[in-house]
Design a protein around this ligand. Structure first.
Ligand code: ADP
Ligand code: ZN
Ligand code: ZN
Length: 710
């Protein structure tokens, strides 16, 4: 294992560089910089060879920047008199390895972004900031300045009986994975609680024992610190406390740098991380695991809009190593690959422990009198469970008190002045006078008006309900119950999510009200009942993936119940019980749902039977945004008719559902092709024309490949 680089390296190199400056040789370099121009690679010269993957300090325009050397040129691509000298070649870490460079190059190509905008942002911040290297405070650079790491809290050693003996299905899955000594993507398909984690762990241990590193990706870590502890306890036997590194966006710059270095020097052998960890160099990488592979958090929603899951598969292929994607409700893209045998499917049919899946029941709310959104059936079931000292989870994907405030006499509804959206009523204190209005799109805040701004009537009422109102109502219904609410509002403060979850786990909460934050990965010991309110809200969304997401989410929420309690139940209230999503849910029938939905997608030519890209425009007015997209479409037709003949389809530009956000109006243009390579080739030709057109028309545009939300 390589040791961490020492402080003296950087000093020594500067010395050498100065000594050799009389030499005649000039080295022409391509340097990737985080600049939104062209391909993102710029020409520089050096009197000394600089290896590919090394970081250098250069001047760009008037700014000093850190870049990555990506090319060695025989001669400069521009007039050599204009090529500037590299100011300093940084040697505080080894050059970024070639497989890292290849992946960044692939991502830049595939997602149509300048290379520098892929490479630099993926590095820990201190490694790409000039200020960390120059000036008085830099003291030898961030790596030299790094504080000694505090040893992680050692978990208690596990008693042998705490480690389950794998069942036959689990053993079979592990055997297939470890038998593949080249690239193969596996889908580990198993219901919640079927023991997928054990399969990941046993496979990981195999590769660790063989001297390999393992990348273990999860959608979120901040919310599930228990998981890190479990992993640490299980891995300790395999190389001590330093074996595990953890990366997620909640770390400070310094922590992130340290974890990144521990992995990239090979000191840490397992990297547990969120999507950003896919870009970490791992010299001995032997296995990649992507847990909950269907989760939308693997998709980055700004900057480089990559899918960490898709890049994981690419990286596994490039490194010729196995990749394991796990889920109880795989994305239909992944499922389709498994059905067509591009991925090998490993199935866990049973829950690992002797508890069965929760019984799912639909309550048809069409002809029911609801109390604050609760059916009598749900309230009665809650009462029973609470009496039996079981926990209840109420799931409602809508935070705040009520989705809008309205006037009973004229129909006025609270609206954001900056967006085409209602403002949400929030409770910030116990009394109604503490309420305020908030826009979830732009953050606009306002006081609650005393009377209707349109007609002057004082009878303003909340419309519908969010988690705060549900919490309040349940407090009235079940005065003896301890109620907690977990959503983005109640967990805004650092550490508060952990504290709330800890209370739930410690059994100090009887009723938990929560948004999707509670759906992920939690193992609530006494949870006997899950109630789902307002699931229909997404049922008829225009996004064709809405039913897929709804199904996955409901399966996941329902799966929180009965992991330890026998006879657990999930109650889903709906106005549309006959919808295929709900019918499949009733039977825990992912495969049936997938078959049905894939048939539908195939018949209308939607992904995974077609590939898409989305061009979004933002402008002062919707007319401008639409005009830009029209122009862009016309350019495609006039300049690249061959691609259109090969089946690239450009749909009509349309305004976004929420047209205006913070005074900016938005529209989008959807592109589609049955051939990924054809779409790619077209985008590569078309994309360079978009930037100039956008600046000419004063529009901001973004191109997204494989968009998840349309
Ligand atoms: P999943 O990730 O598929 O939802 P987990 O891996 O969390 O499921 O497993 C659910 C529970 O079953 C955990 O408490 C785990 O310790 C336990 N478990 C897993 N495999 C076994 C096994 N072979 N025998 C007994 N218990 C098991
Ligand atoms: Zn009014
Ligand atoms: Zn707004």
């Amino acid at each position: 294992m390589a040791a961490l680089p020492k402080k003296s390296n950087a000093r020594g190199s500067k010395q050498e560089q100065r000594d050799s400056q009389d030499g005649a040789t000039t080295y022409w370099l391509g340097v990737a910089l985080d600049v939104p121009l062209g391909e993102g690679v710029f020409d520089y010269r050096s009197s000394k060879p600089v290896p590919l993957g090394a970081r250098v300090i250069v001047t760009f325009g008037r700014r000093k920047m850190i870049g990555v050397v990506t090319h060695h040129f025989d001669e400069p691509r521009i007039d050599s008199a204009q090529v500037r000298e590299v100011e300093e070649a940084l040697e505080d870490i080894d050059p970024l390895p070639s497989d890292w460079q290849r992946m960044a190059q692939f991502a830049a190509r595939y997602y149509q972004r300048p290379l520098g905008e892929v490479m630099l942002p993926s590095l820990p911040a201190p490694l790409r900031k000039v200020s960390a290297y120059q000036g008085k405070a830099s003291r030898g650079g961030p790596v030299a300045r790094m504080k000694k790491r505090r040893a992680p809290v050692s978990p208690a050693a596990l008693a042998p009986d705490q480690i389950p003996t794998l069942n036959v299905e689990q053993v079979g899955a592990v055997e297939q994975v470890v038998a593949s000594n080249s690239h193969q993507t596996f889908l580990l398909y198993g219901v919640t609680g079927s023991g997928k984690t054990e399969v990941y762990l046993h496979s990981a241990l195999h590769y660790l024992a063989a001297g390999k590193q393992v990348l273990f990706m999860v959608p979120e870590i901040n919310l599930t610190p228990q998981f890190e502890q479990v992993l640490r306890a299980r891995l300790m036997h395999q190389g001590g406390e330093d074996v595990l590194a953890v990366l997620h966006s909640g770390l400070s710059d310094g922590q992130r740098l340290r974890e990144w270095l521990r992995v990239s020097t090979g000191q840490a052998r397992v990297l547990l991380g969120t999507r950003l960890s896919i870009f970490t160099p791992m010299p001995d990488l032997g296995l990649i695991i992507v847990d909950e592979e269907h989760d939308a958090s693997y998709k980055q929603q700004d900057g480089l809009r990559y899918s960490a899951r898709d890049l994981a598969v690419w990286r596994g292929h490039d490194r010729d190593i196995p990749v394991m994607l796990g889920s109880a409700t795989p994305s239909l893209e992944t499922w389709h690959h498994a059905q067509t045998h591009r991925y090998a499917c490993l199935t866990l049919k049973q829950r690992a422990r002797e508890v069965t899946l929760p019984d799912i029941r639909l309550v048809d709310t069409r002809r029911l009198e609801l109390q604050q959104g609760f059916s009598p059936q749900l309230l009665e079931a809650m009462e029973k469970r609470l009496a039996a000292k079981e926990q209840v989870l109420i799931f409602l994907n809508r935070r705040g008190y009520a989705p809008a405030l309205s006037c009973t006499s004229c129909g006025w509804v609270s609206q954001c002045p900056r967006c085409t959206a209602y403002t949400i009523l929030h409770r910030s204190g116990p009394a109604t006078r503490h309420h305020h209005l908030q826009c979830h799109h732009c953050g606009y805040h306002a006081r609650v008006p005393e009377k209707c701004p349109d007609c002057g009537d004082a009878d303003l009422r909340p419309m519908g309900r969010g988690t705060q109102r549900v919490e309040e109502y349940l407090g009235e219904c079940f005065p003896g119950a301890r109620i907690a609410r977990i959503d983005a509002d109640s967990t805004r403060l650092k550490g508060s999510a952990q504290a709330l979850f800890a209370q739930v786990h410690a059994g100090e909460v009887d009723i938990l009200v929560g948004t999707q934050m509670v759906a992920k990965g939690h193992d609530f010991a006494r949870l006997g009942l899950v109630g789902v309110l307002n699931a229909d809200a997404t049922l008829f969304a225009q996004d064709f993936r809405a039913p897929e997401r709804l199904f996955a989410q409901l399966m996941q929420v329902a799966g929180r119940a009965g992991r330890h309690v026998a006879g657990a139940q999930a109650i889903v209230q709906t106005d549309y019980p006959e919808q295929p999503v709900y019918q499949a849910l009733l039977r825990h029938d992912y495969t049936g749902f997938a078959r049905h939905t894939l048939q539908e997608r195939e018949s209308v030519g939607l992904p995974p039977f077609a590939f898409q890209a989305l061009l979004t425009a933002e402008a002062k007015t919707i007319a401008k945004a639409l005009a830009f997209l029209e122009e862009a479409k016309m350019l495609a037709q006039s300049d690249f008719p061959a691609y259109l003949d090969q089946g690239v389809v450009l749909y009509d530009p349309v305004p976004l559902r929420v047209v205006r956000v913070a005074h900016v109006e938005r529209a989008q243009l959807l592109l589609e092709s049955v051939s990924r390579p054809v779409l790619q080739a077209f985008l590569t030709a078309w994309n360079p024309l978009l930037g100039p057109l956008a600046s000419q028309l004063r529009v901001r545009c973004t191109l997204e490949v494989d968009p998840l939300e349309i």
